[in-house]
Design a protein around this ligand. Structure first.
Ligand code: SAH
Length: 228
């Protein structure tokens, strides 16, 4: 069915995905729902997985990584309260799907990926999907992206032991960090830190999540939480 799938059929699957997996779980912001409706998720999954693209789960991509579950992308976007004028940093590009969704909601998205093979995949996927306001960088995103700071939102797609100080330093007043934090793969909580105009952070716990590990200088060593 995949190759012959019409755009109408793909749009109908996305509509169903948004209704059953996202709106039904309490995300009501129409901007977020529209962004999830408009990005062609089937263009971002690994070859051969197109028929599973709209299922309610993460899927494997290259290099042992994953494309996030649709709900988790919507939850992150919703939690970050992205505005059309925002400049965003995403850490953990993977296949580029979430960056494309954030790009629908914000002015400009810088996204950073540590694995060169995925940087190439993401750039190709984003170009094929016609996304023009997402810039893919290669490097250790646990250090943020100082040369493009400050950001209105920093959204992290991999779980680390703590929120790196670099993210706090690279946030604009009123900015939000949304990041999975926890002691191990099975014990992550999605946290939102909001920087007030007087320089203080408030933290909200948005619940349990399960992301691949953030590996880097300010995160886990290579191999993840159990490696050292
Ligand atoms: N945003 C993706 C999810 C990718 S999974 C989506 O749209 O589905 C998380 C990604 O984070 C993986 O590709 C992994 O290689 C990457 N990653 C892990 N640690 C990183 C680091 N320190 N800097 C940049 N990317 C990192």
């Amino acid at each position: 069915m995949t190759g012959k799938d019409t755009e109408g059929a793909a749009a109908a699957r996305r509509e169903r995905m948004v209704r059953l997996q996202i709106a039904n779980r309490g995300i009501t912001d129409e901007r977020v729902l529209d962004a999830m409706r408009s990005v062609p998720r089937e263009s971002f999954v690994a070859p051969g997985y197109e028929d599973f693209a709209h299922e309610d789960r993460a899927l494997p991509i290259a290099e042992g990584q994953t494309i996030s579950q649709p709900y988790v992308v919507a939850l992150t976007a919703d939690a970050a309260r992205l505005r059309a004028t925002d400049r965003v940093l995403e850490v953990g590009t993977g296949c580029g799907y979430a960056a494309a969704v954030f790009g629908r909601l914000a002015r400009e998205v810088h996204t950073i990926e540590r694995l060169p093979g995925l940087v190439d995949v993401a750039r190709r996927n984003l170009a094929a999907a016609g996304v023009g306001n997402v810039i893919v960088h290669e490097g250790d995103g646990s250090l943020g992206l100082p040369e493009q700071a400050p950001f209105d939102a920093i959204l992290v797609a991999a779980g680390g032991p703590r929120v790196p100080q670099a993210y706090k330093d690279q946030l604009a007043p009123g900015g939000r960090i949304v990041m999975p934090v926890g002691g191990g793969y099975d014990a992550q909580r999605l946290l939102r830190l909001t920087l007030s105009d007087d320089g203080r952070f408030t933290t909200d716990d948005l619940g349990p999540v399960r992301f691949v590990p953030l590996v880097g200088r300010e995160a886990w060593p290579t191999g993840g939480p159990s490696a050292g």
